[in-house]
Ligand binder design. Structure first.
Ligand code: ADP
Ligand code: MG
Length: 279
């Protein structure tokens, strides 16, 4: 037992370089009572979420339940109708949004690259705009290509000349370029075929751990949620229906909606859960 005293108290995945998350640090991302309506309909009901440093939180739920809206609110692309968003202790508002946005890497499904720019120019765009010297940009891009295992030749091609996996690796490089405090990913692997997706999942989890980033990721896929998430938030119709580990969702579903959502997924390991559900 004495050997155990050197271990962090938390049993969740602790990134290599980051300190163990502690509530005393304050959350990296805090959503306090945020809500959003479109056309008189709440697409996100009042929601409070705290995401701690160096952890990965996964948002999962059926199409249209408000996952992207929630993520876009954290990036400052959607303004909440009520409540507040705080990033690293600083409130997100009209005065802070452009500064805070630079501290958040944002990755969308197809990579969102500019088609008329090479991979290298896509990744370096914002750093160039901020006046980084060319050698610093080149060095950072080389470091990130190494981290994301992007072949060097891909850097000088245009997005249409690259595979989906390579485009997404560039999207991740671009999001990491300014060494952001947090990384937000909206279904980053949804458009990839299973083998490419599998490789990128492995690489992404390694990257999250190696960089110690605070991550919020949206996915449709329960297996992916379990693979990445220290905490999984299941959304349904604009509200968080259950939060916990994937195991909690499978073995202690909060209600019938969670039970049905879990049962509708196919992945190995779920067969036991289905057996229980049927009883
Ligand atoms: P998800 O990412 O979970 O599929 P979204 O957050 O994209 O869901 O959307 C949640 C709901 O809000 C959907 O019904 C969608 O049609 C609606 N919605 C999202 N953005 C807008 C918008 N800009 N204007 C009107 N309705 C929107
Ligand atoms: Mg979405």
């Amino acid at each position: 037992m004495p050997a155990m005293t050197t271990q962090p108290r938390s049993t969740r995945c602790i990134p290599d370089r980051a300190a163990a998350p502690s509530p005393a640090d304050g959350p990296m991302i805090a959503l306090d009572d945020v809500a959003k309506a479109y056309g008189g309909r709440w697409v996100l009901e009042p929601t409070t979420i705290a995401v701690f440093r160096g952890t990965t939180t996964v948002l999962i739920g059926p199409s249209g339940c408000g996952k992207s809206t929630l993520l876009r609110m954290i990036v400052g692309l959607v303004a909440p109708d009520r409540g507040t968003v705080t990033i690293a202790g600083r409130r997100l508002d009209a005065g802070s949004v452009s500064d805070l946005r630079r501290r958040i890497g944002y990755v969308i499904q197809d990579g969102g690259l500019f088609p008329h720019l090479t991979g290298r120019d896509n990744v370096g765009l914002l750093a160039r705009h901020l006046g980084w010297e060319p050698p610093r940009i080149t060095a950072r891009i080389t470091e990130l290509a190494d981290l994301t295992r992007l072949p060097a030749a891909a850097l000088d091609r245009f997005p249409s000349q690259l595979s989906g996996g390579q485009r997404q690796r560039l999207g991740i490089m671009r999001a990491l370029m300014l060494d952001p405090a947090a990384l937000l990913l909206d279904e980053p692997m949804a458009a990839l075929d299973p083998l490419v997706r599998y490789d990128l999942q492995e690489d992404l989890r390694r990257i999250f751990r190696a960089t110690g980033k605070t991550v919020v990721m949206v996915t449709h896929d329960m297996g992916e949620a379990g693979f990445f998430g220290d905490e999984v938030l299941l959304l349904g119709a604009g509200r968080v229906v259950q939060r916990g580990t994937l195991d909690d969702l499978i073995h202690a579903p909060a209600d019938e909606f969670v039970r049905r959502f879990v049962s509708a997924q196919r992945f190995p390991g779920l067969s036991g859960g289905e057996g229980r559900n049927a009883s």
